[in-house]
Design a protein around this ligand. Structure first.
Ligand SMILES: C[S@@+](CC[C@H](N)C(=O)[O-])C[C@H]1O[C@@H](n2cnc3c(N)ncnc32)[C@H](O)[C@@H]1O
Length: 251
């Protein structure tokens, strides 16, 4: 058993490379475009963004082009150093973006940050409480948007990640897929924040065709890549109630 049984990210070089490849090929993820459209609906003015679980920074070009309220400066935080190195090299000529090694479990919100974002990462970490408390305690943060799993109850799910090795089951080599209620988020942000839940934007046909190359050679990836079932997003056996949580500080 390891203390970080949830943290498969360092071991998962192939999946990490999927994001680098998307950045290199200029792929615009549907979730990044949806995030930009909700930012246009709720946010105003220049944004100084901190993105937790940024990968190599592949959301930045989409948000920069898609957000019409003002210029976007972007600081991406990721726990996987290879993403940080790759992203900083890729964007070396753009002074508006930087990638840094760090964890959403120990958020360090910079004084110039007015917007905190996170996409597809918060379900997979052991706790989102440090992030919510960090935002509540940072009056410079005016806006937030998260793509995460939202439902009518808080549920912790552990998905075992190895196909034929069951040692330390649910203690090691697992992936969290955690669901939170809107009330949970509001509880930690407090009355200064207006928090809305917005629908996910999914192209079911495209999701059905979505594959990553590893699926052809490593069947365990088949259980990790989302698919559409009667209009609902499933990953393996698990229904994934993806939503956007959008917050605006009232004062
Ligand atoms: C599913 S990917 C999402 C990447 C990107 N936001 C997207 O939506 O395509 C999760 C990312 O979060 C990073 N990550 C995992 N745990 C983290 C943590 N505790 N703090 C910061 N980043 C983390 C991983 O290295 C990975 O790049």
């Amino acid at each position: 058993m390891t203390e970080e049984g949830w943290n498969y990210f360092h071991k998962d070089r192939q999946y990490s490379d999927v994001h680098k490849d998307r950045l290199a090929r200029g792929v615009e993820m549907d979730s990044a475009k949806a995030m930009a459209s909700y930012m246009n609906k709720y946010f105003r003015g220049a944004l100084n963004v901190q993105d937790y679980g940024a990968g190599p920074g592949h959301y930045y070009p989409v948000l920069k082009r898609g957000y019409s309220g003002g210029p976007v400066r972007y600081r991406g935080i990721d726990i996987d150093e290879s993403n940080v190195v790759y992203g900083n090299k890729h964007f070396e000529d753009d002074p508006a973006i930087t990638l840094e090694l760090g964890s959403v479990l120990e958020p360090q919100i910079a004084p110039e940050t007015n917007t905190v974002i996170s996409a597809n990462t918060l379900p997979h970490v052991p706790s989102i409480e440090p992030l919510l408390r960090g935002i509540a305690a940072a009056p410079n943060v005016q806006f937030l948007i998260f793509r995460m799993l939202i439902g009518s109850e808080c549920v912790q799910i552990r998905k075992h990640l190895l196909e034929d090795d069951y040692s330390g089951l649910f203690e090691d080599n697992y992936q969290f897929n955690n669901i939170y209620t809107p009330q949970y988020v509001r509880n930690f942000l407090g009355p200064d924040w207006s928090v809305e839940i917005e629908a996910d934007v999914v192209d079911a046909a495209r999701l059905q065709e979505h594959r990553i190359p590893e699926q052809d050679t490593n069947s365990f990836y088949g259980n990790r890549v989302s698919r559409s079932v009667d209009g609902m997003v499933f990953k393996g056996e698990i229904y994934m109630p993806w939503k956007f949580v959008v917050g605006v500080r009232r004062s």
